[in-house]
Each structure stands twice: as structure tokens, then as C-alpha cells.
Design a protein around this ligand. Structure first.
Ligand code: C2E
Ligand code: CA
Ligand code: CA
Length: 588
């Protein structure tokens, strides 16, 4: 009797425990029909006991587990073993939850399985937290795009599971052109907003299957796992460049950005994601260097990147040994054929005898921080040359030197110029400074005070490569320049069609209306010369008249001007000054 009462007591305690435990408890018979659920089950799932009993546990099935998962579950249970796993289940409301669950077979008489009991705990919160931490590690906090780590891992997964003959995987590496200027001009918060805009534009413009990541700074990458051909990639590249055609709005300003993109295919089976990223990165640099919107990676580029490394080492040595010298190229009046001056162009006496263009080695010198001292040397060297020419009555009234924004952002250049002019006793008007226009407006703004001081000394100023940078037309009025140099590209394009001519005419018209002298560079044919003269371009420079040459040679050459033309005799006799004619036309 007392034993019986003890049994009843135990039963009551057990069922109360079952009823009140924080774990969800569910009991089914061997055919999987629910016989019992406790209160926690009701709370967690949202199903009341009377709703659940008689149905199967699949009422909470989320569909997130594979068939294999359930197969394993049943095999384990039928063998009489408990099955333990984290289930992703579905509440009555439709919300998902994560349940750490153990299902145990219960044996009755004769050791035969009579029921299954499942006990589970809702661990959604800690799982969500883990997921969120995981998300953070893989997400760029500014744009919410996947980050570099995520891109590399996703790419590696693709590479690891790529089957023979599957379409190639393509990685695009994209670097914004002109972003630094926005940061400098409008401040970092505006720069951040711009990056977010770019991210959204990329997301909206590309397919959901493309993985778009922010790699840091103003660099983005796009992983395209299913591109069949190069022309498929081309279509995406075209699309990307269209995405950047529309300006971005920042603080009432409308900003144009462009992008340099490097494209790389992952084709070698042994390649890892880092190797592909490096290829795309190198291709991006090639695009940037060539000033084009995109380039596909080639092995030659990798060699070129290595060459650059060698180049830099050699340049460092060259500047220690002063292996630089200047060549001079004549600038001639388009009407009277008189020598207006020469442009000094930097040359490098390379030990292997190879001719390396300053367009290549000047950026490298700049990166090495050596350009400043070379610019100062150039100033002294041309002043020395001017003194010699003046003393020996060489008819070259002026030398132009090239200084880029970096060289002009430091006001110390003003002192260097002042001292050199004084030391060699050269009138300041004999020195002209060609400011290379960059696409970075902020850099250009920084040089304005320095330019004003140089102009104050009496030096004349010309804006180089006019028409190519983005400050070109609209910002001209802010620059204290006397002259603009029309870029070689426009001259070369002259022969190719009416629309290019209109462009050139527009630029000339614009410059002349500001009262600026116009110098055309890269004049190679007599047709170009004739047309430039008709367009009122004052001064011409180019291979047609003279190539860049050494100081002695150019002095001898200058003495043969003016004549009634270069070797071919095409320069026509003096006509009324075209600027006046143009001004008359305007007045009418
Ligand atoms: P730039 O200032 O536009 O110089 C004109 C370039 O055009 C020179 O190339 C010159 O040799 C070339 N050129 C002249 N006439 C013709 C022609 O009729 N046809 C063709 N196809 N080319 C012609 P170079 O000497 O290779 O200089 C390239 C650039 O390097 C220069 O472009 C300039 O931006 C830069 N640079 C040269 N010397 C210096 C320097 O001392 N300091 C700085 N900062 N930059 C320099
Ligand atoms: Ca120049
Ligand atoms: Ca130029």
C-alpha cells in the first residue's frame, strides 16, 4: 500500500515535471502520431495541445533540412538510439526558430519501442547572435555589402567545386576615379554617402547572382560565377560604364565619377581566390595607367607589374646619380613662323639605352617622392640654359617647364623659382610653367595660391593637356593662366571627323573668349597646321616643326626660323593677327 502510494507520488511528480519543464516535450507513438505535448511546447510553437495531439511533428517542419537529414534521424531512432541535432523549425505564426532537440525511443515490455519522446530547447536567440556576429565579420559596415573576406571565401568555394568544362568564373576589380577629390572637397561624410550610392547603384544594376563586395576605400569587386564568354563579360562592363554615366548628387553638387575596372578569368585549376584577385587588381592598374575604363588581365601585365618594381629601383639609383637631362621642343607662331619658345621635356639616361617615356617614369618618381627634387633641378637647369642662350643671342625667348599638381601643391617651389631667376639673372617672363591638368579638382584647387604667387613673380602660366581633365572648361576662370595647351589627342582627332572638329572649335572659342593664348601640341601634318591657323590658334608645337632635341641642336634650329615654312615650305606669309580678326567677328 505504502509502495503503491509512493508510485502514485512519483507519477505525479514526474508528470508535473514534464508539464512544467522549460524544455518543449513531445511524445509520439511509433507511427509518429503526437500523443502528448507539454506547456513549453505550446508556448514555443504556438500550437495548443488539442491542436497538436493526433497530428504529426511535421506541423513544425520548416523545410530547411534535407531528405538526408530525416533519413539519418529515422535510421538512428529505429536502431534504438537517441537522435540529437539543432532543428530549424517553424512556429504556427510562420516564424522560424532554432531548437536544440533530442529524440529518444522509449522501450516498453520486452524491450520493444513503444513511443518516441522529443525534448527541445529554443536556442534561436543565441543562434541569431552568432549569425549576426558572423554577418558582421563578413559585411562592410558602411555600404552593407559583403566585404573582402566574404568575397575571397565565396570565390574559393566556387573554385573548389568547379567541375570540368563549367563556365569560367570572372572577377571584376573596380576602382573609382575622382573619389579622393570628393573626400577632399566635400568632406568624409559626403564621401561616405557617395560610396553608399555607388554600392546601391551596383546592386540595382547587376544580377542578384553576382556577388558585389566592397574591398576597402573606393574599391569594389564583382564576382560573376556564371559567365560563358568574354563577350558576356563585355556586356557587364558596358553596363557598368553606363551606371556611371549618370552623375551622383552630393550636397547640391552633381559629381561625375568614373571607374577603372580590371577583369580576370579564373581558368587554371590550381588557382586560388587570392591569385584571381591579384590578376584583377593588376588589370585594374593597367586600365588606370592607360586611362581606359577596363582591361582584361594578361600575363604581360604581370610582367609589367614586375617591370614597374625594377623601374622604381632603377629610378631611385638614377636620381642619386643625376641621370636626368632635358630636351627642348620648339613652339612656333602659326601665323608668322617665329619661334615663341621651347618646352623642356625631362629625359632619363637609362643605362640599358632603352628610351623610357616620362609619361611612364614621372608617375613612378612621384610615388617614390622624388619628383619634387627633380622639379627643383629642372627650374634651375632651364634658368641656367636661358642665361646661356641670352648671352649667346640664341633667338629663343622663353622656356616652358612642366610641373604637375603634386609639384605645385608645395609653396616652396615659389622660392626655388625666385632664387633661380635671380641667380642666373633671367627676366621672369622668360619662364613659363605648364600646369598639368589632373582630374582631381581638389588637387587643382590647392595649387591656385601657388600659381598666383608664381604669376606674381612674373612667370607666365599655361594649362597643359587642356580639354582632357574635368576641370577643363567650367573651372578655367579660377585659374590664373595666360595660355592653354590643346592636348595632342584633339589635334590627332582633327582629321577624323566633323564632330571632333566642332569639339576643337568649341575649346578654341572658349579659350580665346577668356583672352588666353592657345598652343596646339602634337601637330604632325601640314593639314593640321593649316586648319589650326584658320581656327585662330596662336602657337603650334609638334613633330612637323621639330622633335624634342638637345640644347645645342635646338639653338641651331631656332636660328633657321622664321622662314616661309618648315622643310616643306608650308607656313604662309604673315596675315593680320588672327586674334584681332576673331575679336572683330565677335563684335559683329
Ligand atoms: P606633354 O607635356 O603633353 O608633352 C608633350 C609630349 O608630346 C612630349 O612627350 C613630346 O615629345 C610629345 N610630342 C610633341 N610633339 C609631338 C607630335 O607631333 N606627335 C606626337 N605623337 N608626340 C609629340 P614626352 O616627352 O614623352 O612627355 C610626355 C609627358 O611627360 C609630357 O606630356 C608631360 O606631361 C610629362 N613631362 C615631361 N617632362 C616633364 C617634366 O619635366 N616634369 C613633369 N612634371 N612632367 C613632364
Ligand atoms: Ca607639357
Ligand atoms: Ca599635353
Amino acid at each position: 500500500m505504502s509502495e503503491n502510494r509512493g508510485n502514485i507520488g512519483t507519477h505525479r511528480v514526474l508528470s508535473a515535471a514534464l508539464e512544467q519543464t522549460a524544455d518543449a516535450v513531445l511524445i509520439t507513438d511509433t507511427s509518429g502520431v503526437i500523443q502528448y505535448v507539454n506547456e513549453s511546447f505550446e508556448l514555443i510553437t504556438g500550437y495548443a495541445r488539442h491542436e497538436a495531439v493526433g497530428l504529426r511533428p511535421n506541423i513544425v517542419k520548416s523545410g530547411r533540412h534535407s531528405a538526408d537529414f530525416y533519413k539519418e534521424l529515422w535510421t538512428t531512432l529505429r536502431q534504438g538510439h537517441p537522435f540529437k541535432a539543432v532543428f530549424t523549425n517553424c512556429r504556427k505564426s510562420g516564424a522560424l526558430y532554432h531548437e536544440s532537440k533530442t529524440i529518444t525511443p522509449i522501450r516498453g515490455d520486452g524491450n520493444i519501442i513503444t513511443h518516441y519522446v522529443a525534448t527541445g530547447r529554443d536556442i534561436s536567440e543565441s543562434i541569431d547572435l552568432g549569425n549576426r556576429l558572423q554577418e558582421l565579420a563578413y559585411t562592410d559596415s558602411l555600404t552593407r555589402l559583403p566585404n573582402r573576406l566574404r568575397l575571397l571565401e565565396a570565390m574559393q568555394t566556387h573554385l573548389d567545386h568547379r567541375s570540368e568544362g563549367a563556365p569560367a568564373l570572372v572577377l571584376l576589380f573596380l576602382d573609382l576615379e575622382g573619389f579622393k577629390g570628393v573626400n577632399d572637397t566635400f568632406g568624409h561624410p559626403a564621401g561616405d554617402r557617395l560610396l553608399i550610392d555607388v554600392a546601391r547603384r551596383l546592386e540595382d544594376g547587376l544580377r542578384p547572382t553576382d556577388l558585389i563586395a566592397r574591398m576597402g576605400g573606393d574599391e569594389f569587386a564583382i564576382l560573376m560565377p556564371w559567365v560563358e564568354t568574354e563577350s558576356g563579360v563585355m556586356a557587364v562592363l558596358e553596363k557598368l560604364s553606363r551606371l556611371f554615366e549618370v552623375p551622383f548628387d552630393i550636397d547640391d553638387a552633381s559629381i561625375r565619377l568614373s571607374a577603372n575596372i580590371g577583369a580576370a578569368f579564373a581558368d587554371g585549376p590550381s588557382e586560388d581566390s587570392y591569385a584571381v584577385l591579384k590578376k584583377a587588381d593588376i588589370a585594374m592598374y593597367a586600365a588606370k595607367e592607360e586611362g581606359v575604363s577596363y582591361r582584361f588581365y594578361s600575363d604581360a601585365m604581370m610582367r609589367h607589374a614586375a617591370d614597374r618594381f625594377v623601374l622604381k629601383n632603377e629610378l631611385r639609383r638614377a636620381s642619386e646619380r643625376r641621370d636626368f637631362y632635358l630636351e627642348y621642343q620648339l613652339q612656333v607662331g602659326s601665323e608668322d613662323g617665329c619661334v615663341r619658345g621651347v618646352e623642356a621635356l625631362l629625359r632619363w639616361r637609362h643605362h640599358a639605352g632603352a628610351l623610357i617615356s616620362p609619361a611612364q617614369f614621372i608617375p613612378a618618381l612621384e610615388e617614390l617622392g622624388l619628383l619634387k627634387q627633380i622639379g627643383e633641378w629642372t627650374v634651375r637647369e632651364v634658368c641656367r640654359q636661358l642665361q646661356i642662350w641670352r648671352a649667346t643671342r640664341v633667338p629663343i625667348p622663353k622656356i616652358s617647364i612642366n610641373l604637375n599638381a603634386g609639384q605645385l601643391s608645395d609653396a616652396s617651389i615659389v622660392e626655388v623659382v625666385r632664387e633661380a631667376l635671380a641667380f642666373y639673372d633671367v627676366p621672369p617672363g622668360c619662364l613659363e610653367i605648364e600646369v598639368v591638368e589632373t582630374s582631381n579638382l581638389a588637387d587643382m584647387r590647392k595649387v591656385i595660391p601657388v600659381l598666383k604667387e608664381l604669376k606674381g613673380l612674373g612667370a607666365s602660366l599655361a594649362l597643359d593637356d587642356f580639354g582632357t581633365g574635368f576641370s577643363a572648361l567650367t573651372h578655367l576662370k579660377d585659374f590664373p593662366v595666360n595660355a592653354v595647351k590643346i592636348d595632342r589627342e584633339f589635334i590627332a582627332d582633327m582629321d577624323s571627323g566633323e564632330s571632333d572638329m566642332r569639339m576643337l572649335r568649341g575649346i578654341l572659342h572658349f579659350a580665346l573668349s577668356y583672352g588666353l593664348e592657345v598652343i596646339a601640341e602634337g601637330v604632325e601634318t601640314t593639314e593640321q597646321l593649316d586648319r589650326l591657323r584658320d581656327l585662330s590658334c596662336d602657337t603650334v608645337q609638334g613633330f612637323l616643326l621639330a622633335r624634342p632635341m638637345g640644347a645645342a641642336e635646338v639653338a641651331a634650329r631656332a636660328k633657321s626660323f622664321p622662314f616661309d615654312g618648315p622643310a616643306t615650305g608650308t607656313l604662309s606669309p604673315v596675315r593680320p593677327l588672327l586674334r584681332e580678326k576673331w575679336a572683330d567677328d565677335q563684335a559683329k
